[in-house]
Write a protein that binds this ligand. Structure first.
Ligand SMILES: [Zn+2]
Length: 339
């Protein structure tokens, strides 16, 4: 450490200690808020392609058994998709379509599963794993991170109809082909449907609820900016149980919510659809998620643990009730019987 830095640190020690003391005193009430800007954004309804837990290794292994060179590659697809935060279902579906189920000469001879072309006849990779990684990296960098999340959004750039390198005219089949594989694989991360479950009455999703921030317009405590806060914050110690507010089906799990997906800023986030009253409840900033997309949950079932992931300044649960899967938040207090 440089000498000036030590001096600087020492001269600020007193101030830091005082701030720490104040922080500890008010901690549970003031710290347990988040600075969600993206979190207030509503985006259009629809399926979102983001890293999720829809695909488990056993079912993907079975799926890949008769897919040419991809046999035995389930763990490669899953671990690399997780690493680059891309929905593995999307990756596998594109790879199957681009290679005719792992049999095209481009993937057999060149280890190129994504149809990555460049200017020439297509890139060659030394191993199939490297080719899979290049494909996922390309999807992450040029598509997902640019807000192109669904096959419909990805196709015009990935497989433009009428492109010079599409001599066979197969790009017009791309969307239908990829979507058919996505369907076979059980759908994208947030495309699960919620059914009709639910009692229509919610319980408070934490024990000993302390509302540290309500559903109000407020001045952001960190930035000073006036903003909406479209949920309730329950200040809770890290690791406290989070319970499903009603029976329902898990339709979104992200670890963490991806910027541009409509769930950015929420950290580890779960969305549950309640079919009875056609509403959704959202649980943000978790430290741990205990459910998977597509799973049916019971009212009161522990679905995760409180944390401070995403845009959060202290451990708390950010809880929303939504009239629309991708927005339409209402004040949860009346529905929870809170004043
Ligand atoms: Zn909040």
């Amino acid at each position: 450490m440089k000498k000036w830095l030590l001096l600087f640190a020492a001269s600020n020690l007193g101030i830091i200690l005082v701030l720490l003391a104040i922080g500890l005193f008010f901690g549970i009430f003031l710290a347990a808020k988040e600075t969600e800007n993206q979190m207030n954004a509503s985006v259009g309804s629809g399926c979102v392609a983001v890293a999720s837990e829809t695909l488990d290794e056993a079912s993907l292994t079975t799926f890949l058994e008769k897919r040419g060179v991809f046999r035995g590659k389930a763990s490669v697809f899953l671990s690399l998709s997780k690493q680059y935060n891309v929905d593995p279902t999307l990756v596998v579906a594109i790879a199957m379509h681009e290679t005719g189920n792992g049999t095209s000469s481009m993937v057999v001879n060149m280890n190129n599963p994504g149809g990555l072309m460049g200017d020439g006849p297509g890139f060659q990779f030394s191993t199939l794993d490297k080719g899979i990684e290049a494909m996922i990296k390309n999807l992450s960098k040029l598509y997902i991170s640019q807000g192109l999340l669904t096959p419909e959004q990805i196709q015009p750039k990935y497989a433009p109809i009428g492109a010079a390198n599409d001599a066979m005219g197969s790009n017009k089949e791309w969307l239908n082909g990829v979507n058919a594989f996505i369907k076979q694989l059980g759908g994208l991360g947030s495309c699960a449907s919620g059914g009709t479950s639910g009692t229509g009455k919610y319980i408070i999703p934490v024990d000993n609820p302390i509302v540290s921030s309500g559903f109000v317009n407020r001045i952001n405590p960190v930035t000073g900016v006036n903003e909406n806060h479209k949920g309730l914050d329950f200040a809770q110690p890290t690791g406290s149980d989070i319970k499903a507010a009603d029976d329902g089906k898990v339709v979104v799990v992200m670890k963490p919510g991806v910027s541009g997906s409509g769930f950015g800023g929420y950290g580890f986030v779960t969305l549950i659809e309640h079919g009875k009253n056609k509403e959704w409840t959202l649980y943000g900033h978790q430290s741990e998620i205990l459910v998977k997309v597509g799973q049916e949950v019971k009212k009161g079932q522990v679905i995760g643990k409180v944390g401070s992931t995403g845009q959060s300044t202290g451990p708390h649960l950010h809880f929303e009730i939504r009239k629309d899967k991708m927005g339409g938040q209402i004040d949860p207090k009346p529905a929870l019987g809170l004043k």
